[in-house]
Design a protein around this ligand. Structure first.
Ligand SMILES: Cc1cc2nc3c(=O)[nH]c(=O)nc-3n(C[C@H](O)[C@H](O)[C@H](O)COP(=O)(O)OP(=O)(O)OC[C@H]3O[C@@H](n4cnc5c(N)ncnc54)[C@H](O)[C@@H]3O)c2cc1C
Length: 546
């Protein structure tokens, strides 16, 4: 008979069954400030649901049981289907029911994008694969809406709150989801190199039928009902709506070759696909493919930033919770001076990410305002770049707070760490975002005025900030070697925007620690270097109330 296992001592409890919203005062304040104050009760309810052990378990199950490609049936006939674990479907059902895919389009009102952003941020704390089809559907709506009534049937299904996983023609479904296909083997950032061809069946033009032949090297969430796909038409690179089924009910010729074996994001299927004269409808004019699909891309970039902020926050919350319960060298880790510095520095980085991402979401709510619209144009790549870039560093440091347990898959941070580099890579990798910042500033000079306006709101309150912004604006006006300096400039815009938000809205301890630690020598190479006198306890508690 084996010996009963030794008593378990000094292990922290599991951080589950808590409210993701009400314990995160940074998010509560930012959501209210940026326009979603009226949604406080709904977000509190969502925070309780998402923080439940049920949701944590579903997230783990969906990632431990990745989707399987069924390319053919047992007799060799094509199926081109992907099978998911029931946990994936349950997560998708809840996500869609909460309107975290297309809610702001279904119920447009002031603050709708900020409300969704707060919910999406909390969802990112729990599961990230499901966010891929949610985000692509969110972005598909404005791209299709621009085409008038042409795609109204699809739009109605996209706005539905019902998740319908059936592999069946959309005409008989209660809801639909969209994906996108741009990246080919020879180029993802430079989509002008796309080789997939599109030929009109009869007379071409917007809304008309084409046939697509070629491939996509990355094609995520292939069980979506339809996709916006780039292909070369006679008039140039164009955007097509490619559904999984033809109007006559037959399966469209999207041949799924294999699923990618990914570092993270394992609950979600990312496929390689061949188009074998696949049916597609032209969206906008031939040659307008890039601007059309970029309308979708802008929203997905917002989501990348919000998602990374959520991912970081969950790792930091887990670290804080662990340190409050684990003892070493005679006292709790959370009371060890050096650990207090590490936790506060992580919480500060996280707070800066959350406030910046939600500020950007407000610009999406206020697109009718010219200044906000310009701010959105330049801030989207800035925030996508900087917040996504910070995620792996924050998740890694939070993992270390859990010691050896942090590296083990039974504990919550390992999966989230593996997830953390992704948002920076897809939908425009880091360099592409920085080059886009330059493009935005060069194309419309008043974009720089909008940025300067954001900083001006906080001017005159702190000389460190005033000096920082003045040098930054000078460097932004200097066009020499701009590409070479694009990362430096983008990072500094992000830091100046975060500092401006803290100076305007506080709280003072956070603002002081940020100005002292981020504007001088730049962001820390490793966390835990806040200066003496920082209010460590207050900063940390804002990420997870005690
Ligand atoms: C898990 C996953 C799922 C994905 N799902 C989809 C999907 O559903 N649909 C889809 O279309 N795509 C998808 N992608 C593809 C993704 O969007 C591309 O991988 C990304 O856009 C980069 O393209 P690439 O891989 O061809 O790299 P490249 O374009 O070759 O870029 C390589 C590197 O070079 C840099 N670079 C490129 N040009 C320049 C330049 N001018 N100056 C300086 N640096 C430059 C880039 O920033 C990048 O770091 C997915 C990717 C992943 C990892």
């Amino acid at each position: 008979m084996s010996r009963p296992s030794a008593e378990v001592l000094n292990q922290s409890s599991e951080l589950v069954d808590y409210n993701l919203f009400s314990t995160h005062s940074v998010l509560v304040e930012a959501a209210a400030r940026e326009g979603a104050a009226a949604d406080h009760a709904a977000l509190t309810q969502l925070g309780a649901e998402l923080g439940s052990v049920t949701l944590f378990t579903l997230g783990d199950l969906a990632n431990r049981n990745p989707p399987q490609l069924r390319a053919c049936d047992r007799l060799g006939a094509r199926r081109d289907e992907v099978e998911f674990h029931p946990a994936w479907h349950e997560l998708m059902r809840r996500l869609v029911a909460a309107g975290l895919h297309t809610g702001p389009w279904a119920e447009p009102r002031p603050g709708a994008h900020v409300r969704r952003a707060a919910g999406y941020l909390m969802w990112a704390e729990i599961e990230n694969g499901t966010q891929c089809p949610a985000t692509m559907s969110y972005g598909a709506v404005p791209a299709l809406t621009q085409q008038g009534q042409e795609f109204s049937t699809w739009l109605r299904l996209l706005l539905s709150r019902e998740y319908d996983p059936a592999f069946a023609p959309a005409s008989g479904k209660r809801g639909a989801l969209f994906g996108m296909g741009m990246t080919e083997r020879q180029g993802g950032s430079d989509v002008r190199t796309n080789t997939t061809r599109a030929q009109a069946v009869g007379v071409g033009g917007p809304g008309r039928e084409y046939r697509l032949t070629g491939h996509k090297w990355f094609f995520s969430a292939p069980m979506c009902d339809a996709f916006l796909v780039l292909a070369q038409a006679p008039g140039g690179l164009s955007c097509f709506l490619v559904p999984r089924f033809l109007p006559d009910g037959s399966v469209n010729a999207l041949r799924l070759q294999r699923l990618k074996d990914k570092l993270g994001n394992r609950s979600n299927a990312s496929s390689e696909v061949e188009f074998d004269a696949a049916y597609g409808l032209l969206v906008a004019d031939e040659g307008r493919g890039i601007p059309t699909i970029l309308e979708m891309g802008v929203y997905t970039r917002l989501d990348n930033a919000i998602g990374s902020a959520g991912l970081m926050h969950q790792c930091v919350a887990q670290a804080i919770h662990h340190a409050r319960e684990r003892r070493a060298f005679g006292r709790l880790l959370a009371e060890q001076p050096l650990m207090r510095n590490v936790l506060a520095d992580l919480a500060l980085e996280c707070e800066a990410a959350v406030v910046l991402a939600l500020r950007l979401a407000r610009a999406f709510d206020m697109q009718h305002d010219e200044g906000e619209s310009r701010l959105r144009r330049v801030l989207t790549p800035v925030v996508k770049y900087w917040v996504c870039k910070r995620a792996p560093a924050v998740c890694a440091e939070a993992m270390e707070v859990l010691g050896g347990n942090g590296y083990i898959e039974d504990f919550p941070i390992a999966r989230r760490f593996r997830e953390s580099p992704l948002n920076s890579i897809w939908e425009g990798s880091g360099n592409i975002m920085c080059l886009d910042v330059l493009r935005a500033l060069a194309r419309e000079p008043r974009t720089l005025d909008a940025l300067a306006g954001l900083f001006a709101g906080a001017a005159g309150r702190d000389t460190r900030f005033d000096r920082y912004v003045s040098a930054l604006l000078d460097d932004l006006r200097d066009e020499s070697d701009a590409e070479l300096r694009a990362r430096d400039l983008t990072q500094r815009i992000a830091l100046a925007a975060q500092a401006a938000l803290f100076l305007t809205h506080g709280p003072a301890p956070v603002c002081e620690a940020f100005l002292a630690s981020r504007l001088g020598a730049g962001p820390p190479a490793a966390f835990g270097t806040l200066p003496r006198g920082s209010d460590f306890r207050t900063i940390t508690s804002r990420a997870l109330s005690p």
